[in-house]
Design a protein around this ligand. Structure first.
Ligand code: SF4
Ligand code: SF4
Length: 504
């Protein structure tokens, strides 16, 4: 009986001892992923185009002349949805990062690594841009293999030169966009149009970014996801039997076996010996023969072991071995397998997004104690972040008594202290006609040293002021002051400081 089919069963977990892209000698196995097409690829393509438009378009968005998004880590200036943040908002950043981490944990616990395959810029650029260019120039996986193995000839030289030329061009575009998020499109424009000698640091940054992006997409590729990115490593602890992920339905698929004629029966197996048989057994109208084949061939699963799901995998794994950290949930294997199932007239979704419990017990629930706990923490963190954001003042004022200066007695018989102030304008509006008022001490006056500051949006201004108090208001050596900050007659901030005077 055994000669009629091939049967493969996963009996060990040996594949988990090494990654699919490294051989036993530690040498890299280059992945030649086959072109994929199908329903999920089409969805991904639409989503990728949308995300690429967003990624390249965001740095150009303006609100009142300022970028809507900016992440200037060099100067500590950040703009998110038009809201300006500075290093004074570090607490918001910390809570925001914690919220993002808990969100990722919750998302992964429920949906596995779906983010990697569908949203991560690394996968989108790799699979939807760079690999598409490679397919267009060098052909599908087998043609690429042949080209790489061929001796250096004209065909190989022009194809490689064109491919890497376009790769470098795209890497330049990506590095300019990346820099636009950091220093803004205006500054990037200046870097491009002015003399390189005047801004060699900017040029150097651009060259380094370009080399990094080119290296990532031309050489490193899936290694970023399988060995460098820490997110994949987290999967092992974040996924459980209820987590959704791209999964092979081993209940339906196993035991796998090649689609041989024996699987459907063949003429020589016919006991009836019908001399007019032209059907080769597979569509024999005789119940007797069909019953015979059912007995002859042990019940095989739907997987015909064509290995198409492995050939399209950009990380080179066999999803039939179970969930693996290399799987970026790109769903390419789902498309490939669906195509096979349609061809052999079996139901699709042998590989699908499902959980272990969904496959084995047909249980679809994603809600469990762990998910409930993560959700509660996430809601609490979002609440805290929203509260901190709403109560955040668009103008931040700091007052520090000038070091080394004691109180002074002025000609008009007042006691004065000198203060250094710093005002940070995080709002999108200019702040001018600034005044400070001491509200808890009668007769107190505040005088600017030099010009009154005018703060453009997102600007920091520093200067000095004298605060004078009438001596009769000073009851002890240290008086607490409450100061209100006004711009164009409107209170924009308030703060507390102390005033030093003579001991009474
Ligand atoms: S594509 Fe489907 S049928 Fe072919 S080997 Fe993979 S799981 Fe089996
Ligand atoms: S196993 Fe499937 S979903 Fe996972 S990376 Fe490979 S092709 Fe993508």
């Amino acid at each position: 009986m055994e000669e009629h089919f091939e049967y493969t069963e996963v009996t060990n977990e040996e594949h988990r001892d090494h990654i699919a892209t490294v051989d036993s000698k530690g040498k890299r196995i280059w992945i030649y992923a086959k072109k994929v097409s199908g329903k999920f690829f089409n969805y991904r393509q639409v989503l990728s185009i949308f995300l690429l438009i967003v990624l390249f378009g965001l740095p150009w968005l303006r609100h009142d002349g300022a970028p809507v998004f900016l992440f200037n880590i060099l100067e500590g200036k950040f703009i998110l949805f038009g809201n300006h943040f500075t290093h004074q908002d570090f607490h918001l950043f910390v809570v925001g990062m914690l919220t993002a981490v808990v969100f990722i944990i919750l998302f992964t616990a429920i949906f596995g690594r779906l983010f990697c395959g569908w949203i991560c810029p690394q996968t989108i650029f790799m699979e939807m841009v760079f690999r598409r260019i490679e397919f267009a120039i060098e052909g599908d996986a087998n043609a690429q293999k042949r080209l790489n193995a061929s001796p250096l000839n004209f065909d190989k030289i022009w194809k490689k030169a064109l491919k890497h030329g376009i790769f470098i061009l795209f890497s330049i575009v990506i590095s300019h966009t990346f820099l636009s998020y950091i220093i803004g499109t205006d500054e990037v424009g200046k870097l491009i149009t002015s003399n390189p000698a005047e801004h060699w640091q900017g040029l150097l940054a651009m060259v380094i970014f370009t080399i990094v992006f080119y290296g990532v997409f031309a050489r490193l590729r899936e290694q970023v996801c399988t060995t460098i990115c820490p997110y994949g490593r987290l999967q092992g602890v974040l996924l459980d039997e209820n987590s959704l992920a791209v999964a092979y339905d081993f209940v339906r698929g196993e035991p796998r076996g090649k689609l041989t004629k024996a699987r459907q029966g063949k003429k020589s197996d016919c006991k009836d010996g019908c001399s007019t048989c032209k059907t080769n057994g597979s569509t024999c109208p005789s119940d007797a023969l069909n019953d015979y084949f059912t007995e002859l061939t042990p019940k095989l699963g739907d997987c015909i072991d064509c290995k198409l799901c492995v050939q399209v995998c950009p990380t080179g794994i066999d999803i039939r071995n179970g969930t693996q950290l290399e799987c970026v949930n790109c769903t390419a294997c789902m498309d490939a397998c669906d195509e096979v199932m349609l061809k052999i007239d079996r139901p699709t979704s042998l590989i699908r997004i499902d959980s272990y419990n969904g496959i084995v017990h047909q249980k679809k629930s994603i809600w469990n104690t762990r998910v409930a706990a993560y959700s509660a923490v996430l809601v609490a963190l979002i609440g805290l972040e929203s509260f901190l954001f709403m109560s955040r003042n668009p103008v931040e004022t700091l007052f520090l008594r000038t070091p080394g200066m004691l109180f002074q007695k002025t000609e008009d018989n007042q006691i004065s202290n000198l203060y250094n102030y710093q005002i940070i304008n995080k709002s999108a509006d200019a702040t001018d006609d600034l005044t400070f008022k001491v509200t808890n001490v009668q007769g107190a006056t505040v005088t600017f040293v030099g010009e009154k500051p005018t703060l453009k949006k997102d600007e920091i201004s520093e200067g000095a002021v004298f605060i004078k108090l009438p001596p009769e208001q000073i009851k002890q050596s240290k008086t607490d002051l409450h100061i209100e900050v006004y711009s164009k007659g409107q209170m924009i901030d308030e703060l507390e400081t102390t005033f030093f005077g003579p001991d009474k």
